[in-house]
Design a protein around this ligand. Structure first.
Ligand code: FES
Ligand code: FES
Length: 160
């Protein structure tokens, strides 16, 4: 076991982890952040995507010990911490049926956030490319892309 410090969703946690523990496992089991999903546990599906220093990363493929010193954002950290209001991407997923079973949803939303943080006016192709590493076993890709485009519109001050 090793004692590490992780910065997650703006809070600092000190915890003891197995040296071989994946970040996804530690987020879910030690910190109770079960919004991070584990589907393939093999780097193939994107369900475990979190943002590390603003970039989408597969948390099932990263050792928790290697995440020390980074800024980790999970789906639980996306809503406004003061008002509790959902992030526009979350809002769009709710309003426009962006989820079916929901297993891919947190990873999709975080990958979309990374895109919209860099590109405020993406095309559908931009969205599809940014989310290419996130698989949806329900096949809801068309609606997911619509949600991300609607969120971009909301973030630019337009209606959905
Ligand atoms: S659970 Fe990590 S990529 Fe599938
Ligand atoms: S909504 Fe079920 S996996 Fe995407």
């Amino acid at each position: 076991m090793r004692t590490i410090t992780l910065d997650v969703n703006g809070s600092r946690f000190e915890l003891q982890v197995q040296e071989t523990a994946a970040l996804a496992e530690v987020l879910r089991e030690d910190l109770g952040l079960t919004g991070t999903k584990i589907m393939c546990n093999d780097g193939e599906c994107g369900a475990c995507t979190v943002l590390i220093d603003g970039r989408p990363m597969l948390s099932c493929m990263i050792l928790a010990t290697d995440a020390e010193g980074t800024d980790i954002l999970t789906i639980e950290g996306l809503a406004d911490p003061v008002t509790g209001n959902l992030h526009p991407i979350q809002q769009a997923f709710v309003e426009k049926s962006g989820m079916q079973c929901g297993v891919c949803t947190p990873g999709m939303i975080l990958s979309a956030k990374a895109l919209l943080d860099e590109n405020h006016d993406p095309t559908e192709q931009d969205v599809r490319e940014a989310l290419a590493g996130n698989l949806c076993r329900c096949g809801n890709y068309r609606r997911i892309a619509e949600c991300v485009l609607a969120a971009a519109g909301m973030m630019n001050g337009g209606a959905t």
